[in-house]
Ligand binder design. Structure first.
Ligand SMILES: *[C@@H]1O[C@H](CO)[C@@H](O)[C@H](O)[C@H]1NC(C)=O
Ligand SMILES: *[C@@H]1O[C@H](CO)[C@@H](O)[C@H](O)[C@H]1NC(C)=O
Length: 304
């Protein structure tokens, strides 16, 4: 769902990767019409309740590359959460974020396989997508539904020329699961101003979409500059929408895994029982980097 360039991957991979355990493939989980692969990282010591992060690789990536190129597994050793790395069935390593199946609740597609993975191992619920995840974080993506169409790639969207009103963008999310009236996962998205793969206009369209979905103003309630890094700004629109813009950064916005954990509310979780953070019982999902369409796509779908 996201598309990050290969160079990104190499860049990330150059960081210290020190997870102590192995990535294990799981083949038996629920409905999986498109044959999404499933790889699990389960640290030796688990927190209780057990948070779960779905770490969804960028377009042109793999579960293995994302495992090695990000810090989620290392951090799982420290905090005791579990990480699932879905693997895109498409030969090009992209997610099917252009299909109505994936963009619609319970209609199939890669998103259904991913949701099935979410509940394979535990006591948790079935697959009502909006209930499935607590939070999402997307790197360098596009709004939910922006890539919709016959082809895997949508140039109108990628180049930032698909402009819609907040209401129109919000309708795409609402129509993915008509009648849903539960709590939607809060959503954070990151984008570089020099992104020439998925143009930064998509960041502004994302703001329109998610402020509309959550029914909040498009004017940030706060905008902290040089946060979390020099040249970045973190704009919040109430508690559920956060838009981080990285000045001069291209399509590869290096993933700030600790920052993502903080957004998910699991920074203070530690292995063993009685973890301090009780707000993380369920599973925050990271849709992390995504590219294509997906960030918004994946999160929107799940989030409803
Ligand atoms: C919406 O809320 C009503 C009232 O609680 C409930 O009966 C209905 O099933 C909900 N719809 C969905 C799709 O969850
Ligand atoms: C937040 O502030 C920075 C610095 O002024 C600005 O570049 C950015 O566009 C602002 N973000 C939003 C969402 O308005």
């Amino acid at each position: 769902m996201f598309i990050k360039s290969l160079s990104t991957l190499l860049l990330s991979a150059a960081g210290a990767f020190a997870a102590t355990g192995q990535l294990v493939q799981v083949t038996n989980f629920g409905p999986n019409p498109t044959n999404v692969g499933m790889f699990v990282y389960r640290p030796a010591r688990l927190a209780n309740p057990l948070p779960l992060i779905m770490a969804i690789h960028y377009c042109s990536g793999t579960a293995q590359a994302y495992f090695q190129g990000t810090q989620y597994a290392n951090l799982a050793d420290t905090h005791g959460f579990m990480v699932i790395y879905p693997n895109a069935p498409d030969s090009g390593g992209c997610w099917d974020v252009h299909t109505q199946a994936t963009l619609t609740h319970d209609a199939g597609g890669d998103s259904l396989g991913i949701v099935s993975q979410r509940s394979y191992d535990d006591e948790r619920s079935d697959g009502r997508y909006p209930d499935v995840f607590k939070a999402g974080s997307a790197f360098s993506g596009v709004p939910f539904g922006c890539f919709a169409g016959p082809d895997m790639w949508n140039s109108q969207c990628s180049t930032g020329q698909l402009i819609m009103t907040p209401e129109q963008w919000g309708d795409l999310v609402r129509n993915a699961y008509p009648g849903f009236n539960g709590t939607r996962p809060k959503f954070q998205f990151w984008h570089g101003t020099a992104d020439t793969t998925l143009y930064p206009q998509n960041f502004w369209e994302d703001i329109k979409q998610w402020t509309n979905v959550f029914g909040v103003s498009q004017t940030p309630t706060s905008n902290i500059t040089n946060n979390p890094l020099p040249g970045y700004s973190r704009a919040s629109f109430g508690p559920n929408v956060q838009a981080i813009l990285a000045q001069g950064v291209g399509h590869t916005v290096p993933e700030q895994a600790n920052d993502v954990l903080n957004w998910f509310g699991i920074s203070d979780v530690t292995p063993g029982s009685g973890s301090p953070t009780t707000s993380a019982p369920s599973s925050p999902s990271t849709s992390a980097p995504s590219t294509t369409s997906a960030p918004g796509g994946a999160a929107a779908h799940w989030g409803e």
